[in-house]
Design a protein around this ligand. Structure first.
Ligand code: 0T9
Length: 393
C-alpha cells in the first residue's frame, strides 16, 4: 500500500491479517507505528460541538418543527469533524489511544455573540469493552446533550465494519427550566475502507434517526462512492411531522415527509423543496479549549496529561518511548484492578451514574422501532452547572 512506510509493510500485513481473523475489540490489537494516533478516544465527544453557534441555534427556535430542523442541521454539520478530521489532520484515519477506565476530558467553547458558553465533560466509563460517556451543556441556552459511545467491529470484504453502540439524548429547557423538547439521536454505521493501501478513511452507511418527543422524526440515510452520483459522503434526510391522527400519549410520525435535505455531509447540502443551502461545513470549525492549558495544571486522570509521554513518543517518532510509556500505564491499570479485587471494591465513576435501561431511549425509540428496543445509559451526576477544578475532578 501507498500509505505504508516501506519498513512497516510486513507489520501492516500482519496487522490486517489479525483484524481479518478477529472480531470484537480492535482497540486491543497492536498496530504498526505509522497508523497510531496520539489522541485518545475520550477527546472525540468534542466533535459534537465544534460549531457552537449551530448548537446554540437549537434554543433560538419557536416551533417543534423549526427545532427539529435546527437539531438536524447541527447534527449533519458535526459529521465532517467526527468522521474525516483525522484524515485532514493526520493524513488518514488512525488508531486512537485506547482510554483507560476513569480517564477524563474537560473542555469548553467560550460565550461569543450571546451564544452562551458550552461545557464538555467526558469520562471513560468502561475499559473492556471501551465505553465513553459525555455531557455537553450550554446552561445559558438551556441545552444539554448526554450520551455514550461504544463500538462493535467486524471485518468484511476488506473493510472494517463498525456498528456504533450507544445513543445521545438532547434536552431543550425553557428559562424556567421546564423541558421544551427532547430528542433521541442514534448513530450511523461506519465502514473503514482503504486499509489495503494503508490509508484508511471512513464511509458512513445505512440509517440513523433523530426522534423528538413531539413526534417529529428525522430519518438520515448514508451512501458512499458507487451509489447514485457516485460521490463519497452522501446523505439524504427526511423529516416526518407528527401524525395528525395520533391518539396515543406519544405522537407518532406521519408516513409522508415534509422536508427532504440532501447533499454531501463533508461539504454542503440543500433543502430539496426550496433549493436553499441547508448545511455548509466548508468554513472553519472551532476546536474545544481545555480548561487548563498546561498539562502540569491538569488532574492526573485527564487524557492529555495521562497520555502525555505516549503522545510525545508518537508525535516525535520515538515509538520505543511510546510503547514503554504505554506499558507503564497498562501495568498501573492492571495493578489497580488487582488491588480492587483483593479489597473487594469496585472502581467508582466520577461524573456519571449507570442505568440499566434509559426510559427516554425506550420511549422515543418507539417512533422508529429502535433496535435494540432497550439500551443502558450513563447519566451525568451533577445537577445544575458543574464547575470543574483539577481537585473536583
Ligand atoms: C465516536 C468516531 C468513533 C467514536 C471512533 C472505529 C474507531 C473507534 C471509534 C466511532 C465518535 O463520535 C466518532 C470516529 C472514528 C471511530 C474510530 C475509527 C477507527 O479506526 C477506530 C478503530 C477502533 C480502529 O482504530 C481500527 C484500526 C485502525 C488501524 C484503522 C484506522
Amino acid at each position: 500500500g501507498e500509505g505504508v512506510p516501506t519498513a512497516q509493510k510486513t507489520s501492516w500485513a500482519t496487522f490486517l491479517k489479525s483484524i481479518a481473523s478477529f472480531s470484537g475489540d480492535l482497540s486491543s490489537l497492536t498496530a504498526p507505528p505509522f497508523i497510531l494516533s496520539p489522541i485518545s478516544l475520550t477527546e472525540f465527544p468534542a466533535y459534537w460541538c465544534e460549531r457552537p453557534e449551530l448548537f446554540s441555534a437549537i434554543a433560538d427556535t419557536n416551533t417543534d418543527e423549526e427545532r427539529s430542523i435546527a437539531v438536524l442541521k447541527w447534527f449533519i454539520s458535526t459529521l465532517k469533524g467526527q468522521y474525516t478530521s483525522r484524515n485532514e489532520k493526520l493524513g488518514s484515519e488512525k488508531k486512537p489511544l485506547n482510554p483507560v477506565l476513569g480517564e477524563l476530558f474537560f473542555g469548553y467553547w467560550p460565550d461569543i455573540n450571546g451564544r452562551g458558553q458550552t461545557n464538555l465533560v467526558v469520562e471513560q466509563v468502561s475499559h473492556h469493552p471501551p465505553i465513553t460517556a459525555y455531557h455537553i451543556c450550554n446552561p445559558t441556552k438551556g441545552l444539554e446533550l448526554q450520551g455514550h459511545s461504544a463500538q462493535k467491529t467486524s471485518f468484511s470484504g476488506g473493510s472494517i465494519i463498525v456498528k456504533q453502540i450507544g445513543h445521545a439524548i438532547l434536552t431543550v429547557r425553557s428559562p424556567a427550566d421546564e423541558i421544551v423538547d427532547q430528542f433521541l439521536i442514534t448513530l450511523p454505521k461506519l465502514r473503514i475502507d482503504g486499509l489495503w493501501y494503508g490509508s484508511p478513511y471512513i464511509e458512513l452507511t445505512e440509517t440513523s434517526y433523530i426522534a423528538s418527543m413531539h413526534g417529529w422524526l428525522s430519518v438520515i440515510e448514508y451512501k458512499g462512492k458507487g451509489y447514485f452520483g457516485g460521490k463519497s459522503h452522501q446523505f439524504k434526510a427526511q423529516v416526518y411531522p407528527p401524525s395528525p391522527l395520533h391518539t396515543a400519549a406519544l405522537p407518532t410520525p406521519s408516513t409522508t415527509a415534509k422536508h427532504t435535505l440532501e447533499g454531501l455531509w463533508h461539504l454542503t447540502s440543500k433543502d430539496n423543496r426550496t433549493g436553499e443551502t441547508f448545511t455548509d461545513v466548508t468554513t472553519p470549525k472551532e476546536e474545544v479549549t481545555t480548561l487548563y492549558e498546561g498539562l502540569d495544571e491538569m488532574n492526573e486522570w485527564e487524557s492529555r496529561r495521562l497520555w502525555r509521554w505516549v503522545s510525545k513518543g508518537i508525535r516525535e517518532g520515538d515509538f520505543e518511548a511510546a510503547s514503554r510509556e504505554k506499558s507503564k500505564i497498562e501495568n498501573e491499570q492492571r495493578q489497580r484492578r488487582r488491588d480492587e479485587q483483593a479489597d473487594g471494591t469496585n472502581w467508582q465513576l466520577r461524573h456519571f451514574n449507570h442505568i440499566d435501561s434509559d426510559p427516554i431511549y425506550e420511549l422515543l425509540g418507539k417512533l422508529f422501532k429502535a433496535q435494540p428496543p432497550l439500551e443502558d445509559a450513563y447519566i451525568f451526576k451533577h445537577n445544575g452547572p458543574f464547575t470543574y477544578t483539577p481537585e473536583s475532578s
